[in-house]
Design a protein around this ligand. Structure first.
Ligand SMILES: Cc1cc2nc3c(=O)[nH]c(=O)nc-3n(C[C@H](O)[C@H](O)[C@H](O)COP(=O)(O)OP(=O)(O)OC[C@H]3O[C@@H](n4cnc5c(N)ncnc54)[C@H](O)[C@@H]3O)c2cc1C
Length: 378
């Protein structure tokens, strides 16, 4: 799933009678005030994040969820575990959904509104697309703000986990790529509207965006390891959407991002967990010669609205995501790495993205909810 290669299970090419492409750009966004201080955008499911960001930016607005990939559609993100180290907002897209319209298994059009059907809406947005086909949704949006991003590189050693926590505490939000030799850390601050700041020169923003593109499209942080220290720390003032990239499809043979998914709901255990995971990766590398491209680190704010067994569920608070990433989904040692990491991650309290791990877990898979089968009632 986490790749920009169209897979055979892709819903948009699964059923020829469902023509998503035709819907993509027709009335993509309709913005309306629904109550004082809160705005929602009405968006068709085929609209991509980049299209959404561009549309909102022209109107001085933003969607708080702005991860690296701009090509994901809002329809796919609404019922997945997509995550982002968002600024002053929940770190998963589904939390921004105010209402959703979908076609259910009987071909009926169903509308769920958070105000009236909160539990059913959470259930649908946690379904990994198994409950229906999203047609349209309304999203909470807000006035755009400038962001300050400071990127530094750190050596990977015993002091790194504590250093990562310290850097996060200094900032409003943080993202990092942690490799066995070093880490690239992005600290972000949301600037007040009257701060008098301007965006950095377009050439610098462009340089940084293309550096991120290379790092993500190759599923490795090495590019950062060789290029960034020469210029780091990088200071940028920008709008969040300016660092979102467009990824053209790649062939199955090309290197590309692949990742596994582990959400750790206990931030208090961050240092112990990260140290143990890095120790495991080092040991695996010593034994097999294989190391993941990096671990991608996100901090995700939980809303307290989700069922405890679901990703980002349980009481309001912070989870961290420490995803191993690779540039070669077909590398057998990558599959071994993920399989062997699994028991350790679980012992450290990780919640798994069940859809990705189903093939590894087989009968052992913990069902996050009793309502996942198509047709099951909520
Ligand atoms: C370079 C790169 C960087 C990435 N970075 C991040 C990141 O930082 N954070 C993150 O969370 N993810 C990240 N991802 C993963 C990304 O979120 C997924 O690849 C993305 O969600 C796929 O979106 P898509 O619109 O192409 O969906 P598809 O690949 O078309 O579909 C994904 C799933 O959604 C279903 N689906 C699609 N449309 C609908 C609909 N209308 N209704 C119901 N179900 C639907 C499909 O059936 C499929 O199961 C990254 C991926 C890449 C390639």
């Amino acid at each position: 799933m986490p790749t920009n290669v169209s897979g055979p299970a892709n819903l948009t090419n699964w059923n020829k009678s469902v023509l998503f492409t035709a819907a993509r750009l027709v009335f993509p966004v309709d913005i309306s005030d629904i109550q004082a201080g809160r705005m929602v955008a009405r968006v068709q499911a085929g609209v991509t994040l980049l299209q959404l960001h561009a549309y909102l930016a022209l109107r001085g607005l933003e969607c708080s969820f702005a991860p690296e990939i701009g090509d994901a559609t809002v329809g796919s993100l609404a019922s997945s575990t997509s995550k982002d180290s968002s600024l002053a907002a929940p770190g998963f897209f589904a939390a921004l959904v105010a209402s959703i319209t979908f076609v259910d298994e009987d071909g009926e059009l169903v509308m769920l509104d958070r105000a009236a059907n909160a539990a059913a809406l959470e259930d649908y947005t946690s379904s990994f697309s198994m409950r229906g086909i999203t047609v349209e949704l309304t999203l909470v949006v807000r006035p755009a703000a400038l962001i300050r991003t400071v990127t530094t590189s750190l050596p990977t050693n015993a002091a790194l986990p504590a250093a990562l926590l310290r850097l996060r505490a200094e900032a409003d939000s943080m993202w990092a790529a942690v490799g066995l030799d070093g880490a690239i850390v992005e600290q972000r601050w949301r600037l007040p509207p009257d701060s008098g700041n301007f965006t950095s020169a377009e050439s610098l923003v462009e340089f940084y965006r293309s550096y991120r593109f290379n790092m993500f499209s190759q599923g490795r942080y090495d590019q950062a390891g060789t290029v960034l220290p020469k210029v780091a720390p990088v200071h940028l003032t920008h709008h969040r959407y300016q660092l979102v990239n467009h990824y053209t499809p790649v062939t199955a043979e090309q290197p590309r991002l692949d990742f596994s998914y582990f959400e750790y709901p206990d931030l208090l255990d961050f240092e112990r967990a990260v140290a143990a995971l890095l120790r495991f990766a080092r040991g695996f590398c010593d034994r097999t010669g294989f190391a993941p491209g990096a671990f991608a680190l996100y901090f995700v704010q939980r809303t307290g609205r989700r069922h405890a067994r679901l990703n980002y569920g349980g009481p309001p608070g912070w989870s961290f995501v420490f995803d191993p990433i690779s540039d070669d989904p077909a590398e057998p040692r990558w599959a071994d790495f993920c399989a062997q990491l699994l028991p350790l991650a679980r012992s450290l309290g990780a919640r798994l993205l069940t859809s990705i791990f189903l093939h590894l877990l087989a009968k052992d898979a913990p069902a996050p909810s009793g309502t996942w089968q198509l047709g099951a009632s909520t």
